[in-house]
Write a protein that binds this ligand. Structure first.
Ligand SMILES: [Fe+2]
Length: 430
C-alpha cells in the first residue's frame, strides 16, 4: 500500500512547509510546495484546548495564491508554491494546523500537524536568531528543532545564507534544505533576510520561496524588504546584497532600500528597533575584505568606480543613527561578534544604558559546511569589538518594555546547548 501511495501522491504531497507572522502576530501566512499542479490548497487550523477539542473551532481556509516557479538552472525545474493566510487569530493561544493538497477533485493529501502559538497578553516575549546554516554540518539545527517544539520563543529571525545554496543543483538543494528545516520553520514563524548565497538568478528562489513574508503589509516592493511590529519591537529586514554586484542596478537598488527604510522607520511607534540584514557593518579581522571595503560600502554607501571616492548612494550607518535603531543583527562572518554602541568605526560607549548609537551582533555561526571563519580570539581588536567567539552557536533575544536582553549560546556537536557565551542587556529611558 505504501508503494502505491508514493507513486500516486508524491508529486502533490505538501513539502517545505513554513510560516511567517503578519503584523503583531495577528495572523499567519503558510507556504508549501508541490511538485505537480494541484486543484486547490487548504489550510486547516484549530486552537488546542487542554481537555477537549471543539470541532466547531476548526477553521478551513481554501483558495490559494499559487505561483508556478521555474528554477533558473539547465533543467528548468518547475515547482508550485502555495501560500495561504489564516483569519485573525486569538491571543495567547496554541494552535495546531496542517496544509493539504486537493488533487483529482476530491483527494486531499495532508502535511503533518504542527503547533505554533500566538503572542500572549504580557508585554514580554523572546525570539531566536541564527544565520549561515546549510544542510552539511548544520550544528545548531537539532537544537533549533527542540526549541521550536517548546513554545517558548515567538519567532525566528534567520539572517541569510540558509541553504548553500537554494538554487544549487537545479534548485534541489533548496528543496532539500527547506525539508530539512521544516520541523523548525513550520513551527516558529520565520522572519528571514537574504544573504549572498540567495542571490542566484536575481534572487528568484528567495523571492518565490519566501513570498509569504509581510512585505505587502510593509508598503515594500518585494520580500527583500519588510518590517513587523510585535509587542514593543519594530523588526526590520533589509537586503544588504543591494550594495553589491547587482548587474549595474545596485545604485538604484540602494536608493530604493534607503527610501523605504527611512519611511518605515519614520512611522513606527515601538520602543525597540532591531534591523536584520546579512552582512556586517563592522567585523574582525581588520584586514579581511568583508571588514574593510565591503563593510565600508554598507556603512557609507557605494563608491564611484571612476574616482574610487565619490559616494553614489547613502550608507546604512547614517540611517541607523538618525533613526536611533537599537540593534543591527546580522551574519555572513561565521563566528559571533558583539560591538559596543558605536558609529564612525569607534565605540561611543562601553555601557548599554541610553547608548548614543546602535550596537551590532554578528551571529553567523549556526553551522555550515565551511566551519568557523579563521579569526584569532586572543589577537588585539578594534576598540568597538566587545566580544569575539570562534565556535558554533545561536542567539536569543528577550524583548520587554524595560530592556532588550541578548544571549549567545554555544551549539554543541552532539545537538545540545552548551555554555552561555555572551549576555548583554540594553536599557533606555522612555
Ligand atoms: Fe554570506
Amino acid at each position: 500500500m505504501a508503494g502505491n501511495w508514493n507513486r500516486t501522491y508524491e508529486h502533490v504531497e505538501p513539502q517545505q512547509v513554513h510560516l511567517t507572522w503578519l503584523s503583531e502576530g495577528s495572523a499567519i501566512r503558510v507556504q508549501f510546495v508541490t511538485t505537480d499542479k494541484i486543484d486547490q490548497a487548504q489550510l486547516v487550523y484549530w486552537p488546542v484546548h487542554k481537555k477537549t477539542k471543539r470541532n466547531t473551532e476548526i477553521i478551513t481556509v481554501s483558495g490559494d495564491e499559487c505561483t508556478p516557479f521555474v528554477d533558473g538552472g539547465a533543467a528548468k525545474r518547475l515547482m508550485h508554491i502555495h501560500s495561504l493566510k489564516s483569519n485573525d487569530l486569538s491571543k495567547g493561544t496554541v494552535y495546531e494546523y496542517k496544509v493539504g493538497s486537493i488533487h483529482n477533485g476530491t483527494t486531499t493529501v495532508w502535511s503533518p500537524v504542527y503547533q505554533f502559538h500566538t503572542p500572549d497578553t504580557t508585554p514580554e516575549f523572546k525570539f531566536v536568531a541564527a544565520a549561515d546554516m546549510g544542510v552539511v554540518n548544520a550544528v545548531s539545527m537539532p537544537i533549533l528543532k527542540t526549541i521550536a517544539k517548546e513554545q517558548k520563543y515567538d519567532f525566528m529571525t534567520f539572517m541569510g545564507d540558509q541553504a548553500y545554496d537554494l538554487a544549487d543543483m537545479n534548485g534541489t538543494k533548496g528543496d532539500e534544505y527547506m525539508n530539512f528545516a521544516q520541523d523548525v520553520y513550520a513551527r516558529l514563524p520565520l522572519m528571514t533576510t537574504p544573504g549572498n548565497h540567495e542571490s542566484a538568478y536575481n534572487f528568484s528562489h528567495y523571492l518565490n520561496r519566501f513570498s509569504h513574508l509581510p512585505y505587502q503589509e510593509s508598503a515594500s516592493p518585494s520580500p527583500l524588504l519588510y518590517s513587523l511590529d510585535y509587542k514593543s519591537l519594530h523588526l526590520v529586514s533589509i537586503s544588504t546584497e543591494a550594495f553589491f554586484e547587482q548587474d549595474g542596478t545596485e545604485v538604484d537598488q540602494v536608493h530604493t532600500l534607503v527610501n523605504w527604510l527611512e519611511q518605515d522607520l519614520d512611522k513606527h511607534q515601538q520602543k525597540w528597533v532591531v534591523v536584520i540584514g546579512h552582512r556586517p557593518l563592522y567585523c574582525s579581522p581588520a584586514d579581511d575584505k568583508d571588514c574593510t571595503y565591503k563593510a565600508d560600502t554598507l556603512r557609507n554607501g557605494i563608491v564611484s568606480k571612476q574616482d574610487n571616492k565619490t559616494r553614489l548612494t547613502p550608507g546604512l550607518e547614517e540611517v541607523f543613527v538618525k533613526h536611533k535603531i537599537d540593534l543591527y543583527l546580522c551574519g555572513h562572518r561565521h563566528n559571533y561578534e558583539r560591538s559596543y554602541p558605536m558609529a564612525n568605526n569607534q565605540a561611543l560607549s562601553k555601557v548599554y544604558h541610553n547608548p548614543p548609537s546602535f550596537y551590532q551582533v554578528i551571529s553567523g555561526n549556526a553551522g555550515n559546511f565551511d566551519g568557523p571563519d579563521p579569526v584569532d580570539e586572543a589577537a588585539p581588536r578594534a576598540d568597538w569589538s566587545a566580544v569575539l567567539y570562534r565556535g558554533y552557536g545561536f542567539t536569543t533575544v528577550e524583548v520587554a518594555p524595560e530592556a532588550l536582553e541578548l544571549v549567545h549560546w554555544e551549539s554543541k556537536q552532539d545537538g545540545t546547548i552548551g555554555r552561555e557565551i555572551d549576555r548583554v542587556r540594553l536599557t533606555k529611558d522612555a
